[in-house]
Design a protein around this ligand. Sequence first.
Ligand code: AMP
Ligand code: GLY
Length: 435
Amino acid sequence: MKLLVIGSGGREHAIAKKFTESPLVKTVFCAKGNIGMIQDGIQLVDIAENDHDSLIQFVKAEQIAWTFVGPELSLFEGITDAFETAGLKIFGPSKKAADLECSKQFAKDLMKKYAIPTASYKTFEEYKLAVSYVESKGVPIVIKADGLAAGKGVIIAVTMKEATDALRHMLLEGKYATGKPKVVIEEYLEGEEFSLFALVNGSNYYYAGVAQDHKRAYDGDEGPNTGGMGAYSPVPQVSKERIQEVMETVIKPTVNAMVAEGCPFKGVIYAGLMMTNKGLKVIEYNARFGDPETQVLMHQLASDLAQIIDDILNEKTPLIKMHTDRYTLGIVVSAEGYPEFPMSNISIPQMTTKGTGCNIYVAGMKKVETNLVSSGGRILLVEAQGTTLQEAQKKAYRYLEDNPICHTYYRMDIGEKAIQFGENKKDPKNKVLFN
Ligand code: AMP
Ligand code: GLY
């Protein structure tokens, strides 16, 4: 069969590459894709991700079996609704169901209504009321712009000034707002953060792995929030029992709630979770795979992703198996100044991974004449595997040391917390479980 992937980042590169490995698949197209995909045999389609009419025409002309949606923006723009109206199969939620990610207020209200554990919160449109609320609660406190902000619309305010500055930017100046500015103000949660992925169709849901991202820009979880600076999978701090708990207390009630609310979910539910000392809490939902989590997750998935999605779309039970004998770790290389003011058009040298045991997934790179230059804040991800997390980490960092790129940076501590956890593990019952 022929498949189409929507998107153009590292996540879509990893998904499309995984599809090419399936014996069921003849051709994988990606709209618009990126230059890094070509060497993996993925066919780039020069149609904008929001040009639904042209995409539909293309899918019909090429007789594509189904389409997989990578980014949240496409879901927010209603690509699933447009494709389904045209009678085409697509894996991704409807615009309404994508509110699970696209509207923080929808997600928080849903969790409250269906008793899904999350941080306490209140929603505000009025600057003065929001400031009084923050004053009454004190800091640290979390302020989130309602709407899509590529991971950047969340401010963890440690001082009152940071809190009022964030409220001013979001409510008075409309930073990140697509409609009327609105914020969700949340209790600050402390603990170990991880992401769990589930593949969903209506009331059916299937576990598809865990990963840990590194959201802050700098080492030691310092600096501004980003789209993600590196990831690894599996997560030794997350036991099999914990995964079962998430499936039972978060994923199951969420999919049932979406059915009950009249907007059944089809696609990927990505639960951002925190293990706090008051128990497990949902930080956020995303309605698609994570970037850079997907790049590492695809290497941990032992089953055929094309077969899995085909089965789910045809209401059959898929076989989803994860590798249990290895770790994958990926490090994002970002442009100087990312996330606030990323430098553009940074010259990128030709890089080869031959003989290194590493893979590269391109996120933001283009060709200008014969030269490669950066085209976005996150440029690429270098990823490696190992039988231990240390081995994967060492390989990936060695590659980056051997292949420096001027005017870029990356975090030096991807995977470090998990490695420390492994070394400090004192409780023999809390043994590291592969998942
Ligand atoms: P979100 O876009 O909601 O995922 O938030 C981005 C990041 O901000 C999360 O991955 C967390 O690291 C952090 N964050 C969000 N909400 C909270 C919270 N209530 N307490 C602590 N950290 C949070
Ligand atoms: N890595 C975070 C995200 O994809 O939202």
